[in-house]
Design a protein around this ligand. Structure first.
Ligand SMILES: [Zn+2]
Ligand SMILES: [Zn+2]
Length: 721
């Protein structure tokens, strides 16, 4: 007989790890105990046959629960004569050692829970909010550690006897599942037709102990029709072409029938999203295959517990309305991940447009009263529940490139899991980022925890989302407030100002601020992600503040994590009208053609200005005098100019639109072999984009627009490489 003491570290608490250990040990006939340790690990004491202990350790590595992440296993083994245990048991953790622990991300409802929901004999039949230790919300419902019912928004729903029994049974899948709930004791779901939104009071903003029905004054006559089936009512509205708000796990979506062009047009019109591509949620993989052709790896990603929105190439012919993704060749697709989605698709067999429920320039709405008040002119109906969302969390977006998944937006399904940073030593840093598409980060003990996607923080209100997200991250990771704050080097960004304020505040622990050049930050984050010390980094970006006062973007940097040298990139070109040149690509075309004597003729032939010839004249004056004409090496602005040249985008209505439309056109073309023209700027070799545009103009004479687009992308890539 042997005795083994096994310490397991990683994401092993609140993920069903102890029940897993229990089942494995009992199956192998081992005796001993398992308990949570205060440092977020799990301690297992085992007694039994050495072969069985070997088998146990192998199981630990290979068959751990889906949400667990076993990072380190330390084993201490010794021969034993006398057994000290007669059974195997789960030992409760003392309150003092319950702290710490890495809270796992929110994950899609697992197959077992979906099966419970579908089983007419189960007490979870048709109940949307069921979950277990393997699935469901975590990050978005927890206020602080230790992760325990009282620290979550589920505290508002005291357990019924049946739930309590399962919660306390170590052999049950819902053993210590903090979000356990059933129709008798858990959150409720209601459908409210839009004309009745005035009847909603300010529910759901109450503290967690007071979770309530989303429409308390409508109890007893649950739906408009008096039916008791909010899901069916929402489904009927969607089938009628209505716009319906659906509250999910970390936020709400504005939804409509993705195959109904009128419904999609209505949604666009009411949300003032004229050209922005919408993501869709498809009922199942077969339905995804009717609108795109996912590879096996993409299918695995779609069905993974993280359930990201995956950008897939759209089929040319599909029942999806063309206007879901105007002018683009890709479509963002996801599969149902919450119980509400699964039940909704019992009655809806078409892909639904699911776009984030927010007002222009505002963060996604999460509280019922804010949703109802903010979207009363947008939605025809509201499908809402009364489980409070503590932390909002947008859908993650991913795309496969050369067979590998690349994250475009890291949020639901990933947050708050950390990225290991080797050689970080004692560094304890808060990272605030720039001003657009922001994610905050906290580096501590060699781990970088990232907040959910926060988005643009250029208004007071949205900036508050960043500080709230950072505070929540610190609360749930149990980390101290860092003494160093890193921020984008742009002197006027809100993040810069905030960092300065923290450093000046005597009450704050911040002692030092570090300004990081925008593209060095991009390069360093890729180095860290791939555990590299240094590399020649190519950044193909829109805009970032350059230390020389110009707008950087397409850069070649010789970078380490701590320093960089700008060794190449794109040629500096004028941006007539500054920000206006970002909105109207024709201005960038003028900027790149500024060296041409026949500028007027070229612009007349190729550029569309909103104010016609008057604006064309003004742009030429701006270029000649250098008035309000900053200099940029932006890769985005070069692609904007090409998009104007080939006529795919006259006005940018959302970030990245011209380049995305250009990419869509380029997929239909063949790149011509063009030698990337080079030049010298401030002693570094650069891709001469004005001369490249000359070549593209020549090409445009005899080639298709698609070929010009493909050649532009191809030559840009080769020129930077
Ligand atoms: Zn489950
Ligand atoms: Zn219950």
């Amino acid at each position: 007989m042997e005795r083994a003491t096994v310490t397991v570290n990683g994401v092993v608490q609140s993920v069903g790890f102890r029940p897993f250990v229990y089942r494995t040990a009992v199956d192998l006939g081992l005796q001993g105990t398992v308990r949570n340790r205060g440092d977020a690990g799990v301690l297992v004491e085992l007694e039994g046959d050495p072969d069985d202990i070997d088998a146990f350790l192998a199981e630990l590595r290979e068959n751990d629960p889906p949400l667990a992440r076993v990072e380190r296993v330390e084993t201490d083994r010794e021969p034993a004569d006398e057994p000290s245990f007669s059974t195997f048991g789960i030992v409760a953790s003392a309150a003092s050692e319950g702290g710490g622990g890495t809270i796992p991300p929110d994950t899609a409802m697992c197959e077992a829970c979906v099966a419970d929901m579908r089983d007419p004999d189960s007490r979870y039949h048709d109940y949307w909010a069921t979950g277990c230790v393997d699935c469901g919300p975590r990050f978005t419902i927890v206020e602080s550690v230790p992760y325990d019912r009282p620290t979550t928004s589920m505290a508002a729903f005291p357990l019924c006897e049946d739930c309590r029994e399962e919660y306390e049974d170590p052999t049950d899948r819902r053993y210590h599942a903090q979000a356990i709930a059933c129709p008798d004791c858990g959150p409720t779901l209601r459908y409210l037709p839009g004309e009745l939104v005035g009847t909603i009071d300010g529910s759901n903003t109450a503290p967690p102990a007071e979770g309530r029905d989303p429409f308390p004054d409508r109890r007893g006559s649950r739906g408009a029709s008096g039916s008791d089936d909010p899901i069916r009512e929402a489904a009927t509205a969607l089938a009628d072409g209505d716009v319906v708000v659906v509250k999910g796990i970390g936020g709400a979506h504005i939804a409509c029938d993705g195959t109904n062009p009128e419904a999609v047009a209505r949604l666009r019109d009411r949300t003032d999203r004229t050209g922005k591509p919408f993501a869709v949620m498809a009922p199942d993989v077969e339905s995804v295959e009717s609108i795109a052709a996912p590879t096996p790896a993409e299918r695995r990603s779609l069905t993974s517990p993280r359930r990201p929105i995956l950008l897939l190439d759209r089929r040319a012919e599909s029942r999806l309305a063309a206007d879901v993704t105007p002018g683009l060749h890709t479509v963002g697709v996801m599969l149902p991940y919450s119980g509400v989605h699964h039940l909704l698709f019992d009655h809806v067999d078409v892909p639904l447009v699911m776009t984030s429920a927010n007002l222009p320039g505002q963060p996604m709405l999460t509280h019922n009263d804010a949703i109802a008040a903010g979207l009363r002119d947008v939605a025809d109906g509201f499908l809402l529940h009364d489980r409070r969302i503590v932390a909002r969390c947008d859908d993650s977006v991913a795309r496969f490139v050369d067979g590998e998944r690349r994250l475009v937006r890291r949020s639901r399904g990933f947050t708050p899991s950390s990225v290991p940073i080797s050689d970080a030593g004692e560094a304890h840093v808060l990272g605030l980022g720039p001003e657009l598409d922001v994610v905050g980060g906290v580096l501590a003990d060699g781990e970088c925890h990232l907040t959910q996607y926060v988005g643009d923080v250029d208004t007071l209100e949205t900036f508050e989302q960043l500080t709230t997200a950072v505070d929540h991250l610190l609360d749930i990771t149990g980390r101290d407030r860092p003494g160093i704050v890193a921020h984008d080097a742009h002197p006027a960004f809100r993040t810069t100002e905030y960092a300065r304020r923290l450093a000046d505040d005597d009450a704050s622990p911040v002692e030092r601020t570090v300004a990081v050049q925008h593209h060095h930050a991009h390069a360093a984050s890729v180095l860290a992600e791939h555990d590299r010390r240094g590399a020649i980094a190519i950044t193909v970006d829109g805009v970032g503040y350059g230390p020389d006062g110009t707008v950087w973007g397409g850069e070649v940097l010789d970078a380490t994590r701590a320093a960089y040298e700008r060794v190449g990139g794109l040629a500096p070109v004028p941006m007539p009208g500054g920000d206006r040149a970002t909105r109207y690509p024709a201005r960038m075309l003028a900027g790149l053609l500024a060296h041409r004597e026949d500028l007027e003729t070229l612009l007349e032939a190729h550029a569309t200005f909103p104010n016609g010839s008057e604006e064309r004249r003004l742009v030429r004056q701006q270029l000649a005098a250098g008035v309000n004409t900053p200099t940029t090496t932006s890769a985005g602005r070069f692609l904007d100019a090409v998009s104007a040249l080939v006529g795919v985008c006259d006005e940018r209505t959302y970030e990245g639109e011209p380049a995305m439309r250009l990419e869509a056109l380029a997929t239909r073309g063949t790149p011509r072999s063009v030698e990337p023209p080079s030049a010298t700027a401030d002693g570094r070799r650069v891709l001469d984009t004005p001369r490249l545009l000359d070549r593209l103009l020549e090409l445009a004479e005899g080639s298709s627009r698609a070929d010009v687009a493909a050649t532009a992308q191809d030559t840009l890539a080769r020129g930077l490489a």
